[in-house]
Design a protein around this ligand. Structure first.
Ligand code: AMP
Ligand code: FE
Ligand code: FE
Ligand code: ZN
Length: 282
């Protein structure tokens, strides 16, 4: 069993890098990719513990990009060579845009009568403060009954507190990942093109032309029908496949590392070698 999509508390998960490695060992993973949003801090901190535990650890990232007028998540994997200093510098710039969004989100929530400050929210996060940290504060202060409820009431794109975050263009994100020797993969396609299958096929064709190398075929939110369709799309456009649970610890309590939601996830072990081949592709 392997898992190529997971988050630590350095982005919006609740497990420390150490705890995530321990969990991977406990559930019997052969390989784990850490794909925190916008930062390698969780991966960096997990390298030592993973080596001690004999766990194969793969460096990854998840970016929110602008594509076709929407927000599309992009995974990047660095299974052979580590990401460049240039890529790391670019991520620091992305973190700055995040801080700007957080300031505006605080103002918006305050204008809605919510008693909340930036420092309260920032103490919830480590390297990065994201909406799940806002959600935690909203729950702790009684504005919502749980994390999901906080999103529904305040933080979701359709909710009253939502403010836009400046996102990087998909084209640039692809270039940056490829330029650093990485493998870009379209994250959880079930959330792309409102899951209109024809439209999605057009997007995947276009993205393949822009340098996308894989599709996240396996994911906790994918039905068996989704999985077969995304696998067929990957094959049709000569892309590889990736997959993982999208584990966030207590921030997404229904998702288990390696096995997804109620054992709905089965990521083939062979995808690890597949990733390495995709990285070597010229
Ligand atoms: P941010 O990158 O700070 O805008 O936060 C995005 C993260 O919030 C996502 O990666 C999810 O973990 C979480 N999230 C976004 N929308 C929702 C939602 N409607 N319900 C629950 N969690 C969400
Ligand atoms: Fe997340
Ligand atoms: Fe995502
Ligand atoms: Zn994710």
């Amino acid at each position: 069993m392997i898992d190529l999509h997971s988050h630590t508390d350095r982005s919006d998960g609740t497990f420390t890098p150490d705890e995530l490695v321990a969990e991977a060992v406990r559930v019997g993973l052969k390989a784990l990719a850490i794909t925190d949003h916008d930062t390698f801090a969780g991966y960096d901190a997990a390298v030592g513990p993973a080596a001690l535990a004999g766990l194969e650890l793969i460096c990854g990232i998840e970016l929110s990009t602008r594509y076709q007028g929407g927000s599309v998540h992009l995974l990047g994997y660095f299974p052979v060579t580590p990401p460049s200093e240039e890529l790391r510098a670019w991520l620091r710039f992305i973190l700055e845009m995040r801080r700007d969004r957080n300031l505006r989100l605080i103002s918006k929530l305050q204008s809605l009568g919510v008693d909340i400050t930036l420092s309260e929210v920032e103490t919830m996060g480590r390297t990065l403060t994201g909406r799940p940290h806002f959600a935690r504060v909203l729950v702790d202060k009684g504005y919502a009954k749980d994390i999901q409820n906080a999103f529904d009431l305040y933080l979701d794109e359709s909710a009253k507190g939502f403010v836009h975050r400046q996102e990087v263009p998909m084209e640039e994100a692809l270039e940056r990942i490829l330029g650093s020797g990485g493998v870009p993969s379209l994250a959880h396609p079930v959330r792309v093109a409102k899951n209109n299958w024809e439209k999605l096929a057009g997007y995947v064709e276009d993205l393949a032309g822009l340098g996308m190398r894989a599709v996240e075929v396996y994911h906790s939110d994918h039905s068996p029908e989704n999985v077969s369709y995304y696998a067929s799309l990957a094959e049709r456009f000569h892309l590889g496949a990736t997959g993982g649970s999208d584990f966030h610890g207590a921030n997404k309590p229904l998702i288990s590392l390696g096995t997804g939601k109620r054992n709905n996830l089965h990521v083939p072990d062979a995808l690890v070698d597949g990733l390495k081949e995709l990285a070597a592709r010229a």
